[in-house]
Design a binder for this molecule. Structure first.
Ligand code: 13P
Length: 260
């Protein structure tokens, strides 16, 4: 079954690059990535809101086969929510994937599982795909609680989400201690946790749906460690922060197959 899952490699630009810089990076990346790469791997770019319309225009005008992604959205369709952006606004710009529950949003902006749950439902209703981010802190890992924490995040965030809406769902396992620190989980630890994510999902739904679930690993993914991580049986892609801001580095991660 594993071989049927298409890898999804996502660049999370976080709060970086204005819309001029965005055009440059997307164009550089489109030159660095080959037809064979996009035949083998799905690529999504999670850009700041101010870049979404610009990147949409570049992708469409130049027929660049990358998926447009966002990093966040509100769960309501419209209303008095100063500063927020709705799922329907993003869908109108052909955004395909939206990150939900990134640890930076959880830790710095108080997003909890309940909000993630509402967002997942709203993103699916707007016909986009959420990428649910889960992961434990170093303290939780050292206390042997990594699996329990990740289980409870998945259960709470998917509360009441119907199986028929979850075809091709994506969960990104990002251990918080590996984000932006240069510390990567070992390939074996990342594989164990991604397999755990799939087991939890199978228990909540069924094995057939869990076989189609794409589980990404995120946390200091770089050209040097991409191949080892991405060839693990339960790792179906990567959510890349820092290295996605450099076209050559991100392209090398996309081309992990060639490094073997
Ligand atoms: P880094 O790749 O910079 O560690 O960031 C990971 C991340 O948070 C992606 O969402």
């Amino acid at each position: 079954m594993t071989e049927q899952r298409r890898p999804l490699i996502s660049g999370n630009w976080k709060m970086n690059l204005n819309h001029f810089e965005a055009i440059k990076l997307v164009q550089e990346l489109s030159y660095a990535v080959s037809r064979d790469d996009v035949d083998a791997v799905d690529i999504s770019l999670h850009v700041p809101f101010t870049d979404v319309r610009t990147v949409q225009t570049v992708l469409e005008a130049d027929k660049i086969p990358f998926f447009l992604g966002a990093q966040h959205c509100h769960f309501e369709a419209s209303g008095a929510f100063t500063g927020e952006i709705s799922p329907t606004m993003l869908a109108k710009l052909n955004v395909a994937y939206v990150l939900v529950g990134h640890s930076e949003r959880r830790q710095l902006f108080g997003e909890d599982d309940e909000m993630c749950n509402a967002k997942i439902k709203a993103i699916i209703a707007a016909e986009m795909k959420p990428i649910l981010c889960v992961g434990e802190t170093l303290e939780e890992r050292d206390a042997g609680e990594a699996e329990t924490i990740v289980t409870s995040q998945i259960e709470a965030c998917l509360q009441g989400v119907k199986a028929e809406t979850l075809e091709g769902f994506v969960i990104a396992y990002e251990p918080i201690w590996a984000i932006g620190t240069g510390k990567t989980a070992t390939a074996a630890d990342a594989q164990d946790m991604c397999a755990h994510v799939r087991r939890v999902f199978a228990k909540l739904y069924n094995t057939e749906l869990a076989d189609s679930l794409r589980v990404q690993y995120g946390g200091s993914v770089k050209p040097a460690n991409a191949a080892e991580l991405l060839t693990q049986p339960d790792i179906d892609g990567a959510l890349v922060g820092g290295a996605s801001l450099d076209a050559a580095h991100f392209a090398k991660i996309i081309q992990y197959r060639l490094a073997e």
